[in-house]
Ligand binder design. Structure first.
Ligand code: AMP
Ligand code: MG
Length: 403
């Protein structure tokens, strides 16, 4: 049995960044750019009207101006604005030559013969005009490589004419729940059967990291069925299997991994929950699949995913393997520990109430590694080191934020 730190060391060594890929900008939300974005255009790319009104030369002192043309957004003016004339422009229309201001439609008065009068106060140069390049210029770097794309970034990519971008792709994660006792929720549950809660949880955990989940459903505890499903899963970047990794007679998963040619890196970690965790790698035509066999109890699955699979996913998409970083808090109630394995136990961190600058940690009671209900309130895992002891309210404790 190896320690959590040693296990993380192994996972980190095996998790390499995926090669960059070109994607449509519409599919790029949440992904990291693999290239800097340099604009090839000025924005705006022409002097444009910011309002519906009349393009004039500010220094033209004529008492009235004849309207010589109307220009809609998307059109170009065919005339220049000469002294004593104006052009009626709509919002977004190019500013005609000779004009340097736009007077609001509401601020002019109309004479006969398409002639307008400006307000007595006149008009200042630049009013109502958005100058070419006011936002940015051709050659300007708009987004750096590594930047995570937001909806506004996607709009900016579209504005500068990009249809595709190079990104770090979303890792594809195949999820397989194993166990003869499992039925899909919504279907009738017979004696001795339970609903598959790990499958939906893992799919959601994967998707919460901007990765793609491939749901392989439920596999019976039969070597043939597991082999067939896992074979499919090995096409993905990560295969996560739950259940069947312990030492029971039906714990076939490690054996099937081996038959499929998955190289074991480690099996069993000194932690609670999550001890039977199995980890290996599979190489096929230059592509590597990381393979996790997580213990079937839902909380074991959750804790193992948070501590081992999440950092691996991050390394695949961003290149850097970051170990989960414990933070320090102060207990708001007592918590006791027994046993030789460190325990990751549910707690609720209140980042708003602090003592000596550290957030408050409320330990949550739980009835063991099947107790999903206890975890609905948890936003962190308190880390209880090995040993028999009690910690009291006011004492410091390490925790890992989850979710
Ligand atoms: P195993 O790791 O297969 O020995 O399973 C350990 C415990 O977790 C057993 O009580 C299983 O019934 C339960 N379990 C296994 N897989 C799932 C799952 N997908 N959803 C909910 N519970 C599960
Ligand atoms: Mg099982």
């Amino acid at each position: 049995m190896i320690s959590v730190d040693e296990a993380l060391e192994h996972v980190g060594r095996c998790a390499c960044q995926l090669p960059e890929a070109r994607v449509l900008i519409g599919d790029s939300l949440g992904l990291r750019l693999a290239e800097p974005i340099i604009s090839e255009i000025d924005s705006p790319s022409f002097d444009k009207s910011m309002l519906d009104g009349y393009a004039v030369a500010a220094n033209d002192r004529s008492p009235t101006r004849k309207v010589v043309e109307q220009v809609l957004a998307g059109e170009v003016p065919h005339h220049a604005v000469e002294p004593g004339t104006t052009i009626n422009v709509m919002t977004g229309a190019p500013i005609p030559d000779g004009a340097d201001a736009v007077v609001k439609h509401e601020d002019v008065t109309f004479d006969e013969d398409s002639t307008i009068r400006l307000p007595d106060s006149g008009v200042a140069a630049g009013v109502g005009v958005l100058l070419r390049g006011a936002a940015f210029h051709a050659g300007q770097k708009l987004l750096a490589a590594g930047h995570r794309l937001s909806p506004v970034d996607i709009a900016l990519l579209a504005e500068v004419g990009k249809a595709e971008v190079s990104v770090s792709p979303r890792p594809r994660v195949a999820v397989l729940a194993t166990g003869n006792e499992l039925v899909q929720s919504g279907q009738s549950v017979g004696a001795g059967q339970i609903c598959n809660s790990n499958g939906p949880m893992l799919k959601a955990l994967v998707e919460s990291t901007h990765s793609v989940a491939i749901d392989l459903g439920i596999g019976r505890d039969s070597p043939e069925e597991l082999e067939r499903l896992m074979q499919q899963g090995l096409e993905a970047d990560i295969l996560v299997v739950t259940g069947g990794v312990s030492v029971g007679v039906m714990d076939l998963v490690p054996k099937v991994f081996e038959q499929l040619g998955v190289e074991q890196v480690f099996h069993k970690i000194c932690m609670r929950p999550g001890k039977p965790l199995w980890f290996g790698k599979y190489e096929q035509e230059g592509h590597r699949t990381l393979v996790f066999g997580l213990p079937g109890n839902p909380i074991s699955t959750l804790v193992s995913f948070e501590i081992f699979v999440k950092p691996a996913l991050r390394a695949l998409s961003e290149g850097e393997f970051l170990r989960p970083r414990p933070l320090q808090g102060v207990l708001s109630g007592p918590v006791s520990h027994r046993g030789k394995r460190p325990t990751y136990s549910p707690c609720q961190i209140d980042f708003g109430t602090r003592s000596e600058g550290k957030p408050t940690v409320e330990p949550l009671s739980w009835s063991g590694s099947a107790d999903l209900a206890a975890f609905t309130r948890a936003n962190a895992l308190a880390i209880l080191p090995a040993g028999d002891y009690q910690l009291n309210s006011g004492q410091e404790i390490d925790f890992l934020s989850i979710g």
